[in-house]
Unconditional design. Structure first.
Lengths: 559, 209
């Protein structure tokens, strides 16, 4: 007897998925009184009738039983959209005869009276009601051909799209993604959306395969906001949610690019806030000195020039969310976090993608309007970082090429005079646990360590912590290179007074007066009694200074 | 033993009840005895369509046909991008239905009368444009079911009328008006359907949706 019950149970379990999943009868599109869903009619038993009639249909195919909404729709658009969108047509306008919310669900041609519904006669507000505003919905009713795939560059040739995904007379329509009769996967989708299976049927984003967002197994820790509010219950990792981690194909709040949020950074920070991703990037932006991503909205354009001309900064100015991955690199090359981002190369030419990390910084810090001015007034003023780091400069930190100076005794291993460094070796979030990168810091200029520049700063391990992280304090104080280092530092002259940390452009300086990053801060260093303010390089560890500093006349002092 | 009896009696009740509830053409939408255009022929119900002698045999297997046939050379047939069947012109018994329902022949044009003045009007008129009507006169076989993917195999799927779809609803493997409609109203369902369409049962007999 028990065996019987067991057998019956097995039978029920085996059959039930077929019963519940494959038929319209058990789907939300059963609007009849027998429906299990909330939106259902009060007395109509027929199921097909809400869409189809065997006679006098309009339009004739597919024996349609509903009126054309006759609405004018606001269409999706974006700066990078290649498709020519028009008003909805084909099967999409049929779907909209319920889903724009303008026609009563029970208003069918074959009935003289509107069929009443339990929940109100119109499509309830919510995700299924697209309204007449389709600008926050994936575009439909556009021709999708090889030419569009080619001009977009990140779409499959439609000839390679395979069943069950299909075009309707060459156009993408609602039916390209949805089968109104079968809710095999949620939302009547034709294929499971896990790992963005459906999206990837047409979209082939460059870099996507292998990116963190396509492979990460990170879970949401349950602290709100939910980064995946519409996800199927089976989609619990970043990789499983894929595109939907950032994009909603319908009723997206961001409109542009169908992003979840209009505030660009919010699309990133609902995962990168410690709730999903391992590092809390969001916390960095609460600090005083930061790339102020929250200060700009709707200025970044997907197709903007590599050289930023309208001041703004967003996560996507430095990161490509379709490409980013946790992969190390050696300076100057971009790390995985910066893969697939456009940049300006050392010659000032736009490159896409940037191969060197500094090229991404140059997007804004190489002459763009609004770029921060030098905070220290110097003999030679230069605000274009690209010129400050040019390989042929008399001296510069080794961002773009090996430094000019082959004798730097203070360097702490593994640094050597042939090392190249990243901008982010100095400009990065403070705190040893913080994510790498110039997101936000408690120190000015988004420096990762303290760098006190004020005149009369008392020298200490912490006052010049930034410099001392690479240049041994012991070596400096032992006067291994410039024999007056310890004396100057003891007399409360900060590194910044004599040294210009970026470099001196070859267009302004020369190897005699500006070697060793010498470019005096004019607020501290004035002319000597003979009216000269100049450094002369006299060979290795030897030089001559004409200047007055802290009341001491160097006219000149030679070492 | 008692259980078996109960079971048997339930089965027999269900079987019997089909006959018990069987309806007739009398009083149905196809009973024209009270129509003004039909007043000249007394109370004969069958005569509008049938005659025992000298029947019209131009349609193959026409059942002692008495109504003038439509002279329309062609009809506009249903078509759709996703339709796998090939829709030809109406044939078989569907032509008989259209002799009234395309609206070109007067209802009283039967038994040799050609001067009738009452063509069909209203909701039952399908006209000569059949593009907004369910396709008819199409071959519906296992191959079609397989290529379409959204249709049951008619040779194995039960119709709910005692046998398979092929056996009960098709004529020579073809879907015709008679697949859905029983002109003699045996089922007693509105619109002379062969069976009730409650819960879209008639549609879902063939459509695997």
């Amino acid at each position: 007897m028990k065996k019987w019950i067991l057998l019956q149970l097995i039978l029920i379990i085996n059959i039930s998925p077929i019963l519940t999943a494959q038929s319209i009868v058990n789907s939300k599109h059963n609007l009849s009184i027998s429906s299990r869903s909330i939106v259902k009619s009060t007395n109509e038993s027929e199921i097909c009738i809400f869409c189809h009639t065997p006679h006098k249909s309009n339009p004739a195919s597919p024996l349609w039983n509903r009126n054309n909404p006759g609405s004018v729709y606001t269409l999706y658009n974006s700066a990078t959209l290649q498709a020519l969108t028009g008003q909805p047509d084909g099967s999409s306008i049929l779907c909209l005869s319920c889903h724009d919310g303008s026609i009563a669900l029970g208003n069918v041609i074959s009935r003289t009276k509107v069929i009443d519904f339990e929940t109100g006669n119109y499509m309830p507000k919510g995700n299924s009601n697209l309204t007449r505003n389709l600008k926050n919905d994936h575009p439909i009713s556009f021709v999708y051909n090889s030419a569009i795939a080619l001009s977009d560059g990140q779409l499959k040739d439609p000839a390679s799209i395979t069943a069950p995904i299909s075009l309707e007379r060459g156009k993408v329509q609602c039916t390209s993604c949805h089968d109104p009769h079968k809710n095999l996967y949620s939302d009547f989708l034709l294929v499971p959306q896990q790992n963005s299976n459906l999206c990837n049927s047409c979209h082939q984003r460059t870099y996507w395969t292998g990116s963190s967002h396509s492979t990460s197994n990170h879970l949401w820790n349950g602290v709100f906001p939910n980064p995946w509010p519409f996800a199927d219950q089976s989609m619990i990792t970043v990789a499983q949610n894929g595109c939907e981690s950032c994009h909603n194909s319908h009723n997206s709040k961001g409109n542009l690019m169908l992003l979840k949020y209009q505030e660009e950074e919010n699309n990133c920070l609902d995962c990168h806030n410690g709730n999903v991703a391992s590092k809390n990037i969001s916390a960095q932006f609460a600090k005083t000195y930061k790339h102020n991503i929250k200060g700009f909205i709707n200025i970044h354009e997907a197709n903007e020039s590599a050289l930023v001309t309208n001041m703004h900064v967003e996560c996507i100015d430095c990161h490509n969310p379709h490409a980013s991955k946790n992969q190390t690199a050696k300076a100057p090359f971009v790390t995985g976090f910066l893969v697939g981002v456009k940049g300006i190369n050392q010659n000032g030419i736009a490159v896409n993608p940037a191969t060197n990390s500094f090229e991404i910084c140059y997007r804004c810090h190489a002459g763009s309007p609004g770029a921060p001015a030098s905070s220290t007034l110097r003999q030679i003023d230069q605000n274009n970082v690209r010129l400050e780091f040019a390989p042929n400069n008399p001296s510069s930190h080794s961002i773009t090429a090996v430094g000019v100076n082959s004798n730097v005794p203070s360097l702490i291993a593994p640094w050597t005079t042939i090392s190249l460094m990243y901008c982010t070796d100095c400009h990065s979030s403070d705190g040893t646990e913080s994510p790498v990168g110039p997101h936000g810091s408690i120190y000015p200029h988004i420096l990762k360590l303290q760098y006190l520049t004020a005149d009369n700063t008392v020298e200490s391990t912490t006052a010049c912590a930034l410099c001392y992280s690479c240049h041994s304090r012991t070596s400096i104080m032992a006067d291994n290179s410039f024999k007056g280092h310890s004396k100057h530092l003891a007399s409360r002259t900060s590194c910044n007074v004599c040294h210009d940390p970026h470099g001196i452009s070859s267009t302004q300086g020369n190897s005699t007066n500006n070697s060793n990053l010498i470019n005096f801060a004019t607020s501290v260093v004035s002319n000597s009694s003979s009216g000269i303010r100049r450094f002369d390089d006299l060979g290795l560890f030897h030089g001559r200074c004409y200047l007055t500093c802290h009341g001491v006349n160097h006219n000149p002092f030679t070492y | 033993m008692k259980k078996l009896y109960t079971l048997l009696s339930i089965i027999s009740f269900i079987t019997m009840s089909q006959f018990g509830y069987a309806q007739h053409i009398a009083g149905s939408a196809h009973d024209f005895t009270t129509q003004s255009w039909n007043s000249g022929v007394g109370a004969e119900i069958c005569i509008v369509c049938h005659t025992p002698h000298n029947a019209n045999t131009s349609v193959t297997n026409a059942p002692l046909w008495n109504h003038s046939l439509s002279a329309l050379p062609s009809y506009t047939m249903y078509s759709s991008a996703t339709m796998n069947s090939t829709a030809g012109q109406p044939d078989g018994s569907s032509k008989l239905c259209l002799s009234c329902h395309d609206g070109t022949v007067a209802l009283e044009n039967f038994g040799g009368v050609t001067t009738g003045t009452h063509p069909m009007t209203g909701t039952s008129l399908v006209g000569s444009d059949l593009s907004n009507d369910h396709p008819i006169s199409i071959t519906y076989d296992a191959a079609l079911a397989s290529s379409d993917g959204g249709l049951f195999n008619p040779t194995t799927q039960v119709s709910g009328l005692g046998g398979t779809i092929t056996a009960n609803m098709l004529v020579g493997n073809k879907m015709q008006c008679s697949s859905c409609h029983d002109v003699h109203n045996s089922a007693g369902v509105s619109k002379l359907l062969v069976k009730s369409n409650a819960a879209s049962a008639l549609c879902l007999t063939c459509h695997n949706k």
